[in-house]
Ligand binder design. Structure first.
Ligand SMILES: [Zn+2]
Length: 466
């Protein structure tokens, strides 16, 4: 008898712990960018890791659990950055294939540093209200990053692609587990996709690099085979394609996601219609286009958010004037010699990319916000707020930008998790950001963060990076 009572108490104990704590956020304005609805004086009830319900007006106190007063605040779904790379730190030494600083800091030391600072990167995402991210390509150890993130409370949810299937190779990044793999022909592509499927890749990524030695059509059969093999295994394919002809070819071959904007020329109506008909998602990654050039020419324009919430070691490394002259790679030397030419190049990129983004948004193409964080100068976490500024410059409304970073981004994230993030609704994960000022009035308020909630756990913003 005694044993039986003890046993049933134990069972009860476990059940309570699993169900978690009931909390209610009372009195805030709830903003749901998915449908643009704004609900004043609302109550969000959370039980454990899930949102139970959202309602307006006076509530029965007994049903609310622990109450958190949110009067005067604004609640959004946690932000989602759909384009990051955990294998890159964003410091000066992270892409030796673009600028080789091995003589200053060996790349293997850089990779070791990155692997030992994952918890720091995860926390910086949470500090910025970013509760989910998509890693769109890296070495095979990316799958370990996903596992670590999923086992860490103060970390975003992570969806991940493995190594990039590419038309060209990048030897300088290859320390035995390369992030970019040159694939020669359709059969090799199929074999590689099967390897990625075994690792349960959330996405397969193609690096569709085109130049005079690598014309669009030469790699096209490989793209086709990659898509066929991936779709047969229910895995979606994301394609890096920055020229109109390349992007068109990728979508015609069945790409589900285009990463980066088209910036070689204005997009045409046929391209817009193609994306609409195929329900292709586009992730513009505007911020990364200015950061390599600005870093190399010593004109980096980090935002206050990046300076406050970016990793200080990473930021300190980005000052190229601290590198001895004789150790500067040619690309950096050239940028320092003619900084105005660098700015002109960035301006030209935006003159094409921003109107192209506006045209796609106006046509109703699904745009998902993403930064390409981890690339040189594009800071993990707060880079998203610079992305918001650039989306605003393109002419998107504040609500549209918020939709790109929540509900639309959840579609790119995909899978079971993607179906339960990006909205404030019963049954969705309790991933929320609570702001002190209204981001619908001014998108700059998106970083005026009071509290972040990830998986039902409440983090006062100022406590996160301590
Ligand atoms: Zn990328």
């Amino acid at each position: 008898m005694k044993t039986r009572i003890l046993l049933s108490l134990c069972v009860l104990g476990i059940a309570v712990a699993a169900r978690g704590e009931k909390i209610s956020l009372v009195g805030a304005t709830v903003i749901n960018p998915a449908d643009g609805k704004v609900m004043p004086n609302a109550t969000v009830v959370i039980n454990g890791d899930k949102i139970v319900r959202v309602s307006m007006g006076k509530q029965d106190a007994a049903a609310l659990g622990k109450q958190i007063d949110c009067a005067g605040k604004f609640i959004l779904p946690g932000y989602i950055d759909t384009h990051v790379h955990f294998f890159q730190s964003a410091d000066l030494f992270t892409r030796p294939d673009a600028a080789d600083f091995n003589s200053v800091r060996p790349y293997k030391d850089e990779v070791a540093w990155i692997k030992s600072h994952l918890d720091d990167v995860f926390a910086r995402y949470i500090r910025c209200g970013i509760t989910s991210v998509v890693d769109v390509g890296g070495p095979m150890w990316n799958f370990e990053v996903r596992k670590t993130a999923n086992a860490t409370a103060k970390a975003p949810r992570v969806a991940v692609a493995g190594p990039l299937i590419s038309s060209i190779s990048r030897e300088k990044l290859d320390l035995g587990d390369p992030p970019i793999v040159k694939i020669d022909g359709p059969e090799q592509a199929r074999e590689f996709v099967r390897k990625l499927a075994d690792k349960k890749a959330d996405l397969v990524k193609i690096w569709y690099i085109v130049d005079k030695d690598h014309p669009v059509d030469a790699f096209r059969p490989t793209v086709r085979a990659t898509v066929e093999e991936s779709h047969a295994r229910k895995i979606r394919v994301a394609v890096h394609a920055t020229e109109l002809d390349t992007a068109r070819a990728a979508v015609e071959e069945g790409a589900d996601i285009l990463v980066h904007s088209v910036y070689d020329k204005p997009i045409d109506d046929a391209f817009v219609k193609l994306l609409k008909d195929r329900h292709t998602i586009l992730c513009p990654t505007l911020v990364v286009f200015e950061r390599y050039g600005r870093t190399f020419s010593h004109q980096l324009n980090l935002t206050p958010e990046e300076q406050k919430w970016g990793n200080p070691e990473v930021i300190a490394s980005l000052d190229v004037t601290k590198i001895p002259q004789d150790k500067l790679p040619d690309r950096v030397r050239g940028a320092l010699a003619d900084p105005n030419a660098v700015l002109d190049g960035i301006k030209k990129t935006y003159e094409a990319a921003l109107p192209n983004l506006k045209k796609l948004e106006d046509a109703g193409v699904t745009i998902a916000a993403g930064t390409d964080a981890g690339n040189i100068g594009t800071i993990h976490g707060p880079a998203l707020f610079r992305e918001f500024q650039l989306m605003k410059e393109a002419g998107l409304t504040n609500m549209q930008i918020l939709q790109c970073a929540t509900a639309n981004a959840a579609k790119l994230f995909g899978g079971e998790t993607g179906a339960h993030i990006g909205k404030i609704e019963g049954g969705y994960f309790a991933d929320l950001v609570i702001l002190k000022s209204n981001p619908v009035d001014d998108i700059a308020h998106a970083s005026d963060i009071d509290t972040v909630i990830k998986n039902g756990v409440v983090y006062p913003a100022d406590s996160i990076l301590r």
